[in-house]
Design a protein around this ligand. Structure first.
Ligand SMILES: *Cc1c(COP(=O)(O)O)cnc(C)c1O
Length: 328
């Protein structure tokens, strides 16, 4: 499988407190990091190999994946289009929407998640030379980036940077991060389980799609069907961190943000969280490590540490896009 290396690896592992460690995928790339970088290394390589000129994706209006695709896709000379759906307003969501527009992403507003597939199908039917990047970049191909990431972690364990983790905790949007890691740990023979903090309901759907992806990714990297099933079985999705829904902050998440600020003093660079994913993910990791002190827990940090320019913050957003940022 061809891979275009966009990131700088390995990303650091640091100790947060006691036997709780953090994997700094916020620093996968100096201009825009986070977990989407690893997926795009495979997806953009395939788009280029197929001779595509345009990329099409979909996501919430404040999607990090749309920003990442806009940034790296445009830099490689692709046109980038995104079907966007509503999400609750937050500073971060508005900033991401502005950033995507500033990057030259052509945004198509869809009224709901249930309407989005029809918008995507319509663009795919009428455009030529277009490559589709699924939600969160989580195809089996995109998830291969996290099989590599698991291998990278195994190497860091070998070098003594951390003990073998009992669990890796990661926030879950579309499941590709969790699925790739589970397959990587299975292949390396590590006992590590993957705990996913669901960020949108229903968590059962996330559970099924993450496990299905693990099965597909396992087969793709040459694992037997049994081993692929074992990889899928390593994933547990927890529903209790979702709160009222996707993009809605929770009290546990707010506490995790405050904890991250406190714990950052011991780190080389501060751990900055967002309310949509990483606050919920760290809340889950803190609960795991405090419930069973001594168990090695690795929190996988997925949010970019750096932001891209978002243009003039006072300029009005195009009305169809502004409407997608729902004020609650
Ligand atoms: C996209 C994203 C996730 C979710 O990753 P999936 O592989 O889609 O489950 C988690 N955290 C952040 C910051 C993200 O942008």
């Amino acid at each position: 499988m061809t891979r275009l290396v966009i990131g700088r690896y390995p990303t650091p592992v640091e100790r947060l407190e006691g036997s709780l460690f953090v994997k700094r995928d916020d620093r996968t790339n100096a201009t825009y990091g986070g977990n989407k970088v690893r997926k795009l290394e495979y997806l953009l390589a395939e788009a280029r190999a197929r001779g595509a000129r345009r990329l099409l994706t979909l996501g919430a209006v404040g999607s990090n994946q749309v920003v990442a695709l806009g940034h790296f896709g445009r830099a490689m000379g692709f046109e980038v289009e995104a079907v966007l759906v509503p999400q609750p307003w937050s500073e971060k969501a508005e900033r991401n929407a502005r950033t995507a527009l500033a990057l030259g992403v052509r945004a198509i507003a869809a009224p709901s998640w249930s309407a989005a597939p029809a918008y995507v199908a319509w663009r795919l039917a009428f455009r030529r030379g277009i490559y589709f990047v699924p939600l969160g970049g989580s195809s089996a191909l995109g998830s291969l980036g996290f099989v590599d990431a698991a291998e990278e972690l195994v190497q860091q364990v070998r070098e003594g940077r951390l003990p073998v983790p009992r669990v890796v905790v990661v926030p879950v949007g579309s499941g590709g991060t969790a699925a790739g890691l589970a397959v990587g740990f299975e292949r390396a023979g590590l006992p590590t389980r993957v705990i996913g903090a669901a960020t949108s309901p229903p968590s059962m759907a996330l559970d099924l799609s993450a496990r299905r992806l693990a099965l597909l990714v396992g087969r793709r990297v040459g694992l037997s069907r049994r081993a692929s099933l074992r990889a899928a079985g390593r994933i547990t999705i927890e529903s209790r961190w979702i709160g009222e829904g996707y993009g809605v902050a929770t009290p546990e998440g707010e506490r995790a943000i405050a904890e991250a600020e406190r714990l950052s003093s011991a780190l080389a660079s501060p751990l900055v969280l967002d309310p949509v994913y990483t606050a919920k993910g760290l809340a889950c990791a803190l609960a795991w490590s405090r419930r069973r002190p001594g168990d090695v827990v690795l929190y996988w940090h997925t949010l970019s540490a750096v932001s891209l320019p978002a243009g003039d913050p006072e300029a009005p957003l195009p009305v169809p896009i502004a409407r997608l940022l729902r004020r609650t």
